[in-house]
Design a protein around this ligand. Structure first.
Ligand code: IPE
Ligand code: IPE
Ligand code: MG
Ligand code: MG
Length: 298
C-alpha cells in the first residue's frame, strides 16, 4: 500500500511558511479518515496495471485534499453546522470560523496544485474531468441542492444530490485510474468507469445516511434530507440495488477493497441499534437482511 499519509504530511509541511495556517491545514487533513478515494484509485490502478507510484500519489493526494476541503466547509455553521468530525472538534470549533474557511480554501487550491503534478498522456483530460466533477456543475452544485432542501420532494432528487456531492469525487478516482492507465481512450471503457464511480458513491452515501440515524437527536437538516426518513421504501430498495451492482466487480483488487469497506460498514451498522427506531417492522427486516448479507466475501 502506498503511504498517502506520509505524502500528505510532507505536502502540508511545504504548503505555507506561515505556521498558524499550516497548523489548521494539518488539523483538517491529519490524522486522515479512511482515505477511501485515494485507496480506490490505488486499487483500480493496480488492477489496470498502472504502476507509476508518483502519479498515483499525486492524484490520490489531490483527491484527499479536495475531500478535506469539502468537509471543513460542509461542517461550517452556515452549512451543516457540525461540531465533531473524525472524533475531534471540527476545524471551526477548534480554530474559529474565518480560519476554517480559509483553510478550506487553501486545501482546495492545494488539491489542484497536486493534480497539476500528474504526468500522463491523458493529463489534460484528467484535469478537465477533475475540474468539471468538483465545480459548479458537480460537487458544489450537489452541496447547494443538499442545503436547498425546500426543493426536495422525490427520492430521485436525493439520488441526484448523492451523485453530485459524493459520487463525482469517486468518479474522479475511478475514471482517473483509467486515464492514468491508458494511452488510447475508449468511450465504452470511460462509461464503465463512470458507472463504477457512481455506483460506489451512491452506495457510500446511502450507508453514511443510514449511519447518520445513529444519533439520538437528529439535526433539522438531517430530518429534511435523509432519504431513509423521507422515502424509506425507495432508499432501502436503492441500497439493495447498489449492493447488487457492487457484488461482482471484474477488478479483483478493487473488488477486495470495496467488499472490505462494505463489510465493515455493515458490521458497524449491526452493532448500533438507534437507526432501527426509524423503520416499520417489515422495513427493519429487509434492512437487517441486507446488512447481514454474505455478498461481500473479502
Ligand atoms: C464523509 O466521507 C463524507 C461523505 C461523502 C459521506 P468519508 O466517510 O470518506 O470521510 P473520512 O475521510 O473517512 O473521514
Ligand atoms: C458530505 O456529505 C459531502 C461533502 C462534503 C461533499 P454529508 O454532509 O452528508 O456528510 P457528513 O455526514 O457531514 O460526513
Ligand atoms: Mg452536508
Ligand atoms: Mg455534513
Amino acid at each position: 500500500l502506498l503511504d498517502f499519509e506520509l505524502a500528505l504530511e510532507k505536502t502540508l509541511k511545504r504548503s505555507t511558511h506561515f505556521s498558524g495556517l499550516r497548523q489548521v491545514l494539518d488539523y483538517a487533513v491529519r490524522p486522515p479518515g479512511k482515505l477511501f478515494r485515494p485507496r480506490l484509485l490505488e486499487a483500480l490502478c493496480a488492477d489496470l496495471g498502472h504502476l507509476n507510484h508518483e502519479n498515483i500519489l499525486f492524484l490520490g493526494q489531490a483527491l484527499e485534499l479536495h475531500h478535506a476541503y469539502t468537509l471543513v466547509h460542509d461542517d461550517l455553521p452556515c452549512m451543516d453546522n457540525d461540531v465533531e468530525r473524525r472524533g475531534k472538534p471540527t476545524a471551526h470549533i477548534q480554530y474559529g470560523e474565518w480560519k476554517a474557511l480559509l483553510a478550506g480554501d487553501s486545501l482546495l487550491i492545494l488539491s489542484f496544485q497536486l493534480l497539476n503534478k500528474v504526468r500522463s498522456p491523458q493529463e489534460q483530460y484528467l484535469r478537465k474531468f477533475f475540474t468539471w466533477a468538483t465545480g459548479p456543475k458537480g460537487l458544489i452544485l450537489g452541496q447547494w441542492l443538499d442545503l436547498d432542501h425546500q426543493k426536495i420532494a422525490h427520492f430521485q432528487q436525493i439520488l441526484r444530490i448523492h451523485e453530485l456531492k459524493t459520487a463525482r469525487l469517486m468518479q474522479v478516482a475511478s475514471l482517473g485510474a483509467y486515464y492514468l492507465s491508458t494511452t488510447t481512450l475508449l468511450l465504452r471503457e470511460m462509461k464503465t468507469f463512470l458507472r463504477l464511480g457512481s455506483d460506489i458513491g451512491i452506495c457510500f452515501q446511502l450507508l453514511d445516511d443510514l449511519d447518520d440515524l445513529n444519533t439520538e437527536q437528529l439535526s433539522d437538516h438531517e430530518n429534511n434530507i435523509n432519504p431513509f426518513l423521507l422515502a424509506p421504501e425507495a432508499a432501502i430498495r436503492q441500497l439493495s440495488k447498489s449492493f447488487k451492482q457492487l457484488v461482482d466487480l471484474p477488478y479483483p483488487l478493487t473488488k477486495k477493497f470495496i467488499h472490505h469497506y462494505l463489510k465493515t460498514s455493515c458490521a458497524s451498522l449491526k452493532t448500533k441499534h438507534v437507526w432501527q427506531k426509524y423503520f416499520q417492522d417489515d422495513q427493519k427486516i429487509i434492512l437487517e437482511k441486507l446488512i447481514n448479507t454474505n455478498y461481500f466475501s473479502a
